[in-house]
Design a binder for this molecule. Structure first.
Ligand code: GAP
Length: 441
């Protein structure tokens, strides 16, 4: 059945509402906005950077710190250009590009619907392959010998350090190397706010395994990665694992899955999980002339490990977390917008709000905020009416607010208000920390 026009419109407006909330509350803004912006680059504001750091921390915790078999690295964004020849990116990291002969606008050939530009009828040129890597120059001379690339993925920084990690740690296959960092792609058509960017951040793991075990580990990692999104609070029914068809697979790939999310603009990739064989290590071994094999002294065999790669995007995860958390609710005759963010990623976990701007409320509330600060991400706010402050905390996804009122001085208690149920409970100040810990952890 065709999609009915109304839900389609509603879905479109959800994106618009979210981008507007992101700007109004300080999650993200278009880069260089006062100069008219720059396509495919967004800047994160105070709440955005907090949410982003929480997502990255959660990934690092689950992929590196809580495991015995994964170590981290942080490689440079600029690399020897031979890396990108060996990896195949110079030759193959391309999208097909067509240009309208009338207005000279350029499009990805697989995203146009016919031989002519819909808006002006101009004929499209033949498709040509357009390389997505950004180029720059290293050092004071600008010529082809000094040309370098901004990395289009963090993965190659891991492969070229494989021998360094083997030699400097006690890691033995199966083991992984993880990295979080910026990547750059000159996308022909960036869009959907922070979904498709030209500057973005990746969270990648290269997991090195004995060749015979590759498919077993692909299976393992696809399940693990799905679990991670669920732990961030994403609803199960909005997530799916999609196996790549034969004609979608890179020629070296043994199998691949995408973790997909049902975005307002349709099911789209959140993360790719691929069994890459020994393609990368083999390519770098040949091109560099360095031995990248591993000698397993238990079975007395030397081999080139195979790789399973779960590769996620920070920005896409953040967009997903926001979309999934966004709710509009009717409360009496008012509409309430609430971000039901999981407490582990919420930029603010506890807001401390004096009921009015009078003493001794302010001093008490500030003292409580200082006491809670080492244990939770807190925020003190005494501006505007209490109703408006609750609305703001709902909109930025703060799970709990602690309200200090005129009774507090008498009964040494405060009210904990829950974002989701809007229920309120009175708690003695001495038990506040524990009561919040029970609710948040
Ligand atoms: N090393 C493998 C690799 O880079 P990819 O599927 O091209 O694989 C992995 O990228 C993830 O990086 C994607 O699933 C997505 O989350 C993120 N990503 C890729 N291109 C992006 C872009 N232009 N904007 C935002 N995120 C992007």
């Amino acid at each position: 059945m065709a999609t009915a026009p109304l839900p389609e419109r509603a879905r479109q407006t959800l994106m618009e509402k979210l981008v507007s909330l992101a700007k109004r509350r300080g999650f993200f803004f278009q880069s260089s906005e006062i100069y008219g912006g720059i396509q495919g680059v967004w800047d994160y504001g105070p709440l955005g950077v907090a949410l982003r750091n929480n997502i990255k921390r959660s990934w690092w915790r689950s992929m590196v710190e809580l495991r015995d078999d994964v170590v981290g690295i942080d490689a440079g964004i600029l690399m020897n250009p031979r890396v990108w020849v060996a990896s195949g990116h110079v030759q193959n990291f391309t999208d097909p590009l067509v240009e309208c002969k009338k207005c000279h606008q350029r499009f990805r050939a697989d995203q146009v619907s016919g031989p002519r530009h819909e808006s002006d009828g101009g004929e499209f040129t033949e498709a040509r392959q357009f390389n997505l890597m950004f180029k720059t120059f290293m050092g004071p001379a600008e010529d082809s010998s000094t040309q370098v690339y901004l990395r289009p993925e963090t993965a190659q920084g891991i492969f070229v350090n494989f021998a360094n990690i083997l030699n400097s740690t006690r890691m033995r296959p199966p083991f992984g190397i993880a990295q979080i960092g910026k990547a750059f792609r000159n996308e022909i058509t960036p869009g959907n706010s922070i979904f498709r960017l030209r500057e973005f951040e990746q969270m990648e793991l290269e997991y090195f395994v004995p060749p015979a075990d590759e498919m077993k580990w692909l299976d393992y990692w696809k399940e693990q990665r799905l679990e991670w999104y669920l732990a961030l609070g994403i609803k199960r029914e909005h997530l799916r694992l999609r196996a790549h068809g034969k004609n979608e697979l890179a020629h070296y790939a043994r199998g691949a899955f995408d973790v997909e999310y049902e975005f307002p603009f349709g099911w789209s990739e959140l993360e790719g999980i691929a069994a890459r064989g020994d393609y990368d290590l083999d390519a770098h071994q040949k091109a560099s002339g360095k031995d990248l094999t591993y000698f397993d002294d238990l079975i007395r065999e030397r081999y080139l490990p195979h790789v399973v790669e779960p590769s996620a995007g920070v920005d896409r995860s953040l967009l997903t977390v926001l979309i999934d958390a966004y709710h509009e609710e009717q409360v009496r005759d008012e509409q309430r917008v609430v971000l039901k963010l999981h407490p582990s990623v919420a930029p603010v976990q506890v807001a401390i709000l004096p009921l009015s701007r009078k003493e001794p409320l302010i001093a008490t509330a500030q003292a409580i905020e200082h006491e809670l600060r080492p244990f939770f991400r807190t925020e003190y706010d005494d501006t505007q009416s209490i109703g408006k402050r609750y609305r703001r905390q709902d909109e930025i996804g703060t799970p709990y607010a602690v309200t200090i009122d005129f009774e507090t001085a008498n009964d040494q208690s405060a009210t904990i208000r829950s974002r989701d149920e809007m229920s309120q409970v009175r708690v003695p100040l001495t038990q506040l920390k524990q009561a919040l810990q029970e609710r948040l952890h």
